[in-house]
Design a binder for this molecule. Sequence first.
Ligand code: ATP
Ligand code: MG
Length: 200
Amino acid sequence: MYIKAVVLDNFKSFGRKTKIPFYQDFTVVTGPNGSGKSNIIDAVLFALGLARTRGIRAEKLTDLIYNPGHEDGSSSSGPREATVEVVLDNSDGTLTRSQVVNAAGSEDVGDVDEIRIRRRVKETDDNYYSYYYLNDRSVNLSDIQELLAQAGVTPEGYNVVMQGDVTEIINMTPHSRREIIDEIAGVAEFDAKKEDAFEE
Ligand code: ATP
Ligand code: MG
């Protein structure tokens, strides 16, 4: 399974609906400073619900909505919203149809060769709302997280390596570094279960 495309609409510096294609093995995004490269990564973290743990660059969710006056600190009026959709290629069957149906709470999920996870944040005068969709079915964050965990993508995982993470890993003690390798290899989960069992 891999990310096939990210569609940003009114998200951060992407004031127009923009579809960014990704390749199966390796995709490089280049551009001048401030052109929005890191915003694309923020979009992925936002849509997949990984934002809180992996350090999205925004103080509050509503800062993620496109704001033409972003540079001078002014803000536009009226209802505002941002949407990001992450399109996953699941043609290798990483996730089964029943796993997707289960997460969506509906049989009506279309062809699961393609899994589309969409998140929308909407700001009103006195509040804001956040919505998640899985193949156009309305779901909760926990549904998305449980589904992704079945494909090996977790908020604590290392599927996303942020700026500074590499330096941090280099500066770690050998023991902490070992913990990361255990985490990636999927051994850490069993260590935690073993510890729980001993406590009982
Ligand atoms: P660098 O090469 O320096 O890492 P980058 O390509 O990663 O740059 P980003 O950090 O993705 O750039 O984009 C920063 C730009 O996004 C800034 O110009 C900032 O003003 C703009 N920006 C961030 N949030 C918003 C927003 N809510 N509305 C409009 N523009 C925004
Ligand atoms: Mg950047």
